[in-house]
Design a protein around this ligand. Structure first.
Ligand code: ZN
Ligand code: ZN
Ligand code: FE
Length: 734
């Protein structure tokens, strides 16, 4: 028998054990071979030279704090199989209890207020354990031994179902609250449901009228809604699901997975208008499992917010902000301390690709090949913001903060940084931020304590660096970075960039030629403006008389005004953005004159891409490193006037962009002896393009580096900034 004690301190788990040496060896071996399911063991250190304390029993000692190291904090984990078995076992005392959890599953990050990880420092401290729960909690042989959020119906959180007026919804005889909620959903109502990382808005995904109502009330026109289905089999009814996708859907973080939809399915078209994929997730909390039980259809489960605000996490706030959207509220009284949106992922070329890394993943630190010499705070970009803190070999990439465009989001950004500093015992010594002077994240960085050294990192260099770090590399690559916009070294908006770069520095070797964006951000919301700009450059003023699909969707009468703005240089920033070129083509083929969510025009252009026997449209390089799109525009116009349909034009455009990348890569291979190409930036969320480019480069013998754990979009920028800052520090430049 072994005696001793175990305790959690801020530097890890400390086990002090006495007994037969063979038994002690076995214990150490067991810990290494069969660690507890949710633990990650970075190292095990043994010290045999301690004085005997003559322990009589084995006990857990309450936690101690030390400021030396940090203890990783688990992300929120989907309900485990054992808990699920108990949830539906009528003989179990937690039968149908919506908050069942154990050491292997349940909420973590979203309920932790401070370290060390102890019930008293989580939002569960408001619930005193009943005797039975406490007995399990104190029993080392029990699965709930020190499961901090453990609870049961007698002592733990409870659900309630309220009408928007605040009255309790009547529950039919023999029906529980969750069944009543399900009945409301089936009757076509919209429910606000409190989950793990925030509120969702839910409705029947097969009911077109309800889905349309949800869109209207939420002020969300076209951006696809996520879906939850009770089982994998149900998802397979609506989408094609590969083995890799099954693995991703059922993985512990339970992200929303983008899947290719089957044709002729009864899902309301308004769930994802103009899309060919659907975002599905499986239940990840006991409440979801109960809600989806016996439900023969998927539910829309979209973020519980009003258009671009952060999602609600508090009952009162949700009751206020969502009362104009939801018909009823399915609430519970376990507080959510930190907001965490659902994560979004897909399988790209057989591998997981995270597009939004949040609930289920954050705040688990990313172990990197890099040893961060100093603790760095990287503030990220503006859209899809995340921040990143570093320490030793770890990057603490935050949950998804959102678009830093309003005060509410800025508040969660600032609070998030403070929370991470506290949780992981971090005190930044260096601050990295984006070059864009107007980003709120930049303003925050510049407003911090003057003593802190601060480093601005160019946006596209940060993209390449994040891709390198995602692949455990640091050395030189050809970075192809295509995105919407990022502030360039010359003060213009870059976005169609070829950089020869490593973690330390980047050299811009080629880029799309600059074009004006008439009206600045309005040219982003109204892609027809970009189409007109490109048409004018390619064909001259006469383009307005051509019979193009663009004329059918856009009002070109305001073009002369825009032209005067361009001539006078009034509110017409210049851009080399590939995202804007995608917008222009999308508009040119008649898809979109204006958009109502980020990237919509380009996403729809990808969605319609069809087959072609033709070649890709050719770009031209007239002066070294400057890429002209005018020949592409001329060819698109010619095709359209000859009756070539939009799906084929889209395909030929994608082929052309891919061809451009291959050509530039081949040229540079000769000049620079570079054989490794990194693809980053939001445009590489386009699977069609990503596939064309990767295959093409592979065939030419290039090594292609793409994203996996870190999003290719601006959600990865903060990590890239940290990597660049670290390289600068290591090189003694800063
Ligand atoms: Zn469990
Ligand atoms: Zn209990
Ligand atoms: Fe970007």
């Amino acid at each position: 028998m072994l005696t001793g004690q175990v305790l959690n301190d801020s530097s890890g788990v400390l086990i002090d054990v006495e007994g037969n040496p063979a038994d002690i060896d076995r214990l150490v071996r067991e810990i290494k071979l069969n660690p507890p399911p949710l633990s990650t063991i970075d190292s095990v250190e043994c010290n045999n030279n301690l004085r005997l304390a003559n322990f009589r029993e084995f006990r857990i000692v309450s936690s101690q704090t030390s400021t030396e190291k940090f203890v990783p904090i688990s992300a929120d984990i989907a309900t485990c199989d054992e808990c699920l078995g108990e949830l539906f076992d009528p003989k179990n005392r937690r039968y149908r209890y919506p908050f069942i959890n154990c050491t292997n599953c349940g909420p973590r990050f979203t309920i932790i207020e401070d370290i060390p990880y102890d019930r008293a420092l989580t939002t569960m401290r408001e619930f005193a354990m009943c005797r039975e729960c406490e007995t399990e909690y104190l029993d080392p042989a029990n699965r709930r031994f020190h499961a901090e959020p453990t609870a049961c119906a007698a002592c733990g959180p409870a659900v309630s179902l309220l009408k928007t007026s605040g009255d309790n919804c009547p529950t039919a005889a023999g029906q529980d609250v969750i069944s009543s909620a399900r009945a409301l959903l089936l009757a076509g109502q919209i429910l606000a449901i409190k989950g793990i990382g925030g509120f969702h808005l839910a409705c029947d995904a097969l009911n077109p009228e309800t889905v349309a109502r949800l869109r209207q009330r939420k002020y969300r026109e076209d951006k696809p809604f996520a879906l939850m289905a009770g089982t994998l089999e149900q998802i397979q009814k609506y989408c094609y699901v590969s083995d890799a996708e099954v693995e991703l859907l059922t993985s512990k973080p339970r992200p929303i997975v983008l899947l290719q939809q089957r044709s002729e399915i009864p899902i309301a078209r308004a769930v994802a208008p103009a899309a060919k994929s659907l975002g599905f997730m499986l239940p990840y909390s006991p409440l979801h499992h109960l809600l989806m039980e016996d439900l023969d259809r998927p539910l829309v489960l979209t973020s519980g917010n009003f258009s671009d605000e952060p999602i609600c996490i508090e009952n009162d706030d949700a009751r206020q902000r969502l009362s104009k959207i939801a018909d009823a509220f399915l609430l519970h009284d376990r507080r959510i301390h930190i907001r965490s949106d659902d994560s979004l992922a897909r399988v790209a070329q057989g591998r997981k690709l995270l597009l939004r890394r949040s609930r289920g993943y954050a705040p688990a630190p990313l172990k990197t090949e890099i040893n961060f010499e100093r603790q760095i705070l990287a503030c990220g970009a503006e859209l899809k913001n995340t921040f990143c803190l570093t320490r030793d070999n770890y990057a603490f990439l935050s949950h998804h903060i959102g678009d830093l465009e309003n005060l509410e989001t800025l508040k969660s950004f600032i609070e998030g940084i403070e929370h991470f500093k506290r949780l992981f015992n971090l005190e930044p010594e260096v601050v990295a931020y984006d070059l864009h002077p107007e980003y709120l994240s930049t303003k925050y960085a510049l407003g911090l304590n003057d003593e802190l050294p601060k480093l601005a990192v160019q946006h596209h260099h940060a993209h390449v660096a994040s891709c390198l770090a995602d692949n455990g590399l640091e050395g030189e690559v050809l970075g192809v970075v295509f995105d919407g916009l990022g502030f360039g070294l010359d003060g213009r908006f870059w976005g169609g960039e070829f950089l020869v770069a490593n973690a330390l520095e980047a050299e811009r070797v080629a880029h799309l030629d600059y074009v004006p964006m008439p009206g600045g951000s309005r040219a982003i919301r109204e892609p027809w403006r970009m189409a007109a700009v490109y048409l004018q450059r390619a064909l001259g003023d006469g383009f307005t008389n051509l019979n193009l699909p663009l004329n059918g969707i856009a009002d070109l009468r305001s073009w002369p005004t825009l032209q005067r703005m361009i001539a006078g240089g009034v509110n017409c920033p210049e851009t080399s953005s590939m995202g804007r070129l995608f917008d222009a083509i999308s508009s040119l083929v008649g898809l979109r004159s204006s958009i109502n969510y980020e990237g919509q025009a380009a996403i729809e252009l990808e969605a319609i891409a069809g087959k072609t026997n033709g070649k890709g449209y050719g770009f031209e390089i007239t002066e070294p490193g400057v890429i002209q799109a005018e020949p592409v525009i001329r060819n698109v116009v010619e095709d359209l006037l000859n009756g070539v349909k939009a799906p084929e034009v889209s395909a030929k455009f994608h082929l052309g962009v891919s061809r451009l990348i291959l050509n530039v890569a081949q040229e540079l291979r000769g000049e620079r002896k570079l054989n490794r190409v990194a693809l980053s930036g939001g445009v590489f969320q386009n699977m069609f393009l990503l596939q064309l480019v990767s295959m093409g480069l592979n065939e030419l013998g290039f090594e292609v580096i793409t994203h996996r754990r870190i999003p290719p979009n601006d959600g990865g920028i903060s990590l890239g900034q940290a990597v660049v800052a670290n390289a600068q520090i290591a090189a003694g430049r800063f």
